[in-house]
Ligand binder design. Structure first.
Ligand code: DGJ
Length: 397
């Protein structure tokens, strides 16, 4: 009798464990800096990337990096996932061109920081990326656009170019315009002097590039709640960020743009919106070497943008934990859950670069980024991160 009830009890326990496990999968650990294997057991190759959430699936787009060079030898990659930890390789969604050396995207060009947004009106997926022409270093500073009917492509390459030729920032005042008109590039042959910085802030390079269009290197896309799309990029030889409005189909620029942090030398802009405030995390400009993150906020996409201290705290915060921002991902279906995504570059072995994904904490409403060896998406709802937020309130940097 005793044995029977023990057996029934055990069987009941096992069944209970089985059904509760089957009903709900434990969120898997996110371990920044380690190898992240895809469905084929290969390290995810999607650097400088960004993520699109569409109809229940996350699509991660990024640069395919080879073992020996950071130039584009393959093209833009896409991986898909339902849970942000198991990634299926969806392949190359925009390949480099291998049979036409006159193509903008001929093999050996530079394709960086691809981002994809979905256009509700046209039903198309729009990919923008930073393009440098083969053999020209970083001089071209172009933006390129491609379009697809499906998130996994194939993307059709449309064109590349500088941004908003002939257009001045729309918020330039008459006073600023009067000073701008007096700027003479021939008077500023020597770079990095105080007078040169001052002239840059007043728009020296906007004027230099007015006719051909503004330069654009590190870039981001952002779709606002009203469906309007924006392109945020390091312009003016990486000295000033610009935010430009995209056309309704997201395939061109409307001519409306503003400058942010003139002469502030920002790269790697990653933008998100929380409770009506726009936040932007950027880096300084030190090539592939990490530097201290910067942070800005604004009540409107058009500004005014205010700079805040580095959002990172703790060991190696001054080096953004050896990473450089690439995207901030709002986790679907979880309020106030944002993931800071950064690249830990390995320029000597570019394909071995690692990913840093950290949950964004908030101290008195301001984003704070802290290193975690390991965390899970459940931490957004199980109270762990909230506890940290509270602890942060009392902490001293
Ligand atoms: C830093 C940028 O953020 C990267 O995307 C890349 O352009 C490197 N510079 C090249 O040195």
């Amino acid at each position: 009798m005793k044995k029977t009830s023990l057996f029934i009890g055990l069987a009941f326990g096992i069944a209970l464990t089985f059904f509760s496990c089957a009903g709900r999968q434990e969120a898997k650990e996110i371990r920044s800096g380690e190898l992240w294997l895809d469905d084929a057991g290969i390290h995810v190759n999607a650097h400088g990337g960004g993520i699109l959430y569409h109809e229940g699936t996350y699509y991660w787009y990024g640069e395919n990096k080879s073992d020996t060079t950071s130039a584009a030898m393959v093209g833009i990659m896409c991986y898909s996932s339902k849970n942000l930890t198991d990634w299926k390789n969806e392949g190359v969604v925009l390949p480099v061109v291998t049979n036409d050396t006159t193509s903008d995207i001929t093999q050996g060009c530079i394709m960086e920081r691809p981002k994809v947004i979905y256009n509700e009106k046209t039903g198309k997926f729009v990919l923008w990326f930073h393009l440098e022409l083969k053999g020209k270093g970083y001089a071209a500073a172009r933006s390129a656009v491609a379009v697809a009917d499906n998130p996994t492509g194939p993307f059709k390459y449309l064109r590349s170019g500088r941004i908003n030729p002939g257009k001045l920032p729309f918020d330039m005042t008459d006073e600023q315009r009067a000073v701008f008109d007096t700027l003479d590039i021939d008077k500023y042959k020597e770079w990095w002097t105080p007078v040169w910085y001052d002239a840059i802030a007043k728009g020296l390079f906007v004027k230099r590039d007015l006719e051909g269009g503004q330069m654009a290197r590190d870039m981001q896309l952002f779709v606002d709640d009203d469906g309007k799309g924006y392109h945020i990029y390091s312009s003016e030889d990486n000295l000033t960020l610009q935010i430009a409005e995209l056309s309704d189909d997201y395939l061109t620029h409307t001519g409306k743009y503003v400058r942010i942090a003139p002469a502030g030398h920002n790269e790697a802009p990653a933008i998100f919106k929380k409770d009506g405030t726009y936040w932007m995390i950027t880096s300084g400009c030190t090539g592939w070497e990490p530097n201290e993150a910067r942070m800005f906020s604004a009540p409107s996409i058009w500004g005014p943008w205010t700079q805040h201290p580095n959002p990172c705290i703790g060991d190696d915060a001054h080096l953004t934990f050896h990473g450089q921002s690439t995207y901030v991902l709002p986790v679907h279906g979880k309020k106030d859950a944002f993931i800071f995504m950064a690249d830990n570059w390995r320029p000597k072995h570019p394909s071995d670069a690692r990913y840093i994904w950290l949950p964004i904490l908030f101290r008195e409403g301001k984003p704070v980024i802290k290193w975690f060896d390991s965390w899970t998406l459940d931490d957004f709802s199980n109270g762990k991160l909230e506890e940290m937020n509270l602890a942060l309130m009392d902490s001293i940097r």
